[in-house]
Design a protein around this ligand. Sequence first.
Ligand SMILES: CC(C)(COP(=O)(O)OP(=O)(O)OC[C@H]1O[C@@H](n2cnc3c(N)ncnc32)[C@H](O)[C@@H]1OP(=O)(O)O)[C@@H](O)C(=O)NCCC(=O)NCCS
Length: 187
Amino acid sequence: MARKFRMVETPRLILRPITPADGPAIHRYMADPVVTRWLPEGPLDAAQAQAFAEKNAGRYARAVAVVERTSGELVGHMPFHPWFGRATHEVGWVIAPDRQGRGYATEAARALVDFAFGALACHRVIATCQPENPASWRVMEKLGMRREAHFRQALHRETGEWWDEYFYALLADEHRSAPPEGTSPNG
Ligand SMILES: CC(C)(COP(=O)(O)OP(=O)(O)OC[C@H]1O[C@@H](n2cnc3c(N)ncnc32)[C@H](O)[C@@H]1OP(=O)(O)O)[C@@H](O)C(=O)NCCC(=O)NCCS
């Protein structure tokens, strides 16, 4: 992904490749157990956040940084990488708690979906989350994604928990004829 992803701008945000210098900024929100409640990697300590930044700054990056234009601060990151199957990308979102509730995840995700169907010529974009995380599946629905599956107890966590999973997708054709924001194909 990193080989093709350069930078995407939205009205309020800049999406750019992660760099090793982003480690401390990523640690600020990824250390918060509330933020990471539904993230498989769990809370990250400073060294783990640094390792995450370095891994995703490399050739095989699987996430991009979200920078707020007004402050210049890194306020989140978006998983964004090829998924199994041809011409398919997965997109995800993590926004720092003090920047949530402003529509940033939706704004950033919409730009990445446009990038996936445009520059990357994807056929399909997918996203997953847990049913107990409505802020996340609400973003999927605002993007016009379709809920294709509710997998029961599909993911086993180190804590011994089994997580259900919602699976959403959007096709290039559906994206071209996207309904207005806020409407959902999911009833
Ligand atoms: C999910 C997350 C990225 C959303 O970021 P955000 O910038 O606040 O998202 P947006 O403002 O674009 O949209 C969030 C939507 O969810 C809604 N929402 C938020 N919390 C909600 C809740 N508890 N119940 C129902 N809806 C909720 C918001 O009202 C908004 O919808 P609206 O525009 O129709 O009002 C953010 O909450 C986050 O980082 N969570 C922790 C990490 C995480 O769980 N990531 C997803 C893993 S699958």
